[in-house]
Design a protein around this ligand. Sequence first.
Ligand code: SAM
Length: 286
Amino acid sequence: MTLVSNIHSLESIQKMINQNDFYLKKSLGQNFLIDNNIAKKMAQNINCNQRNILEIGPGLGSLTRELLIEGSKSIIGIEKDYRAIKLLEPLIMKSDGKLKVIHGDAKKTNLSSLEFIFDSIVGNLPYNISTFLILSWLEEIESDRKLNFIKNITVTIQKEVAERIVAKPGTKSFGRLSLIMDLLSRPKLLFNISPDAFQPKPQVISTLINIQPLKKPKYQVKLKTFLLITKLAFNQRRKMLRQSLKSISGRKILFNSGIDDNKRAENLSTEEFCNLSNCYDQMSKI
Ligand code: SAM
């Protein structure tokens, strides 16, 4: 039998949930994908053919199956729930050695600690840790040039978060997340996924997003300073910048960067925040 027919001979995900009395852990964001067509569409958008993949939270293997069918060269999964790993065994056995699953916590796993090279990070991420994971990966890739083998992050997240990631200054969704993502990556929304595709149905719509980490930040800046300034500015997003940046002599920095101090954080571009950060660093040296 071929890999594809082997995979098709497996029990459906829906049956796996029902037959194994698999009680779903809310704390692990367990909304399993049960719509095969969506899993296939995702795998096709991930462009996984002949690629090495890191999958976060393979769960019962809905996406993993389609990644294998679409020709992934190898897949390493990191899954926190040991019960899911046990249920993945038949798929692992039928994967021609292409699938391995590590029992671990993606939140505590540094990419550089993994002893293999992969082109893409993929997954239907647990909603409650998706932003944390994406930002940690981008910050780690930015600080460790050796990780530049990672070309794509293609993950499902809450639609509202995806919209914040790609938002432009002056719009409702725009915020600190949009700025950090713009500085460190090229994000692109792929398609939305209805709650009906999952069991249990989440209360939100999901979006598949592709994020390409940049080889170096879009503008030259010390990331630590950029994170500090954007944090201060967006802690009070409706206030004028001279007010929200008061604790770091905001007025002076704004003046020296040529930015109108009546402006609000939500109206500044990534480049302007980089100018502010660089100015702050220069003034701190004096
Ligand atoms: N990929 C599967 C699918 O599409 O049906 C499952 C997706 S479900 C939204 C999230 C998965 O991530 C679950 O299998 C859950 O157990 C796992 N998970 C949750 N927190 C995790 C963590 N910190 N590290 C690794 N896996 C985690």
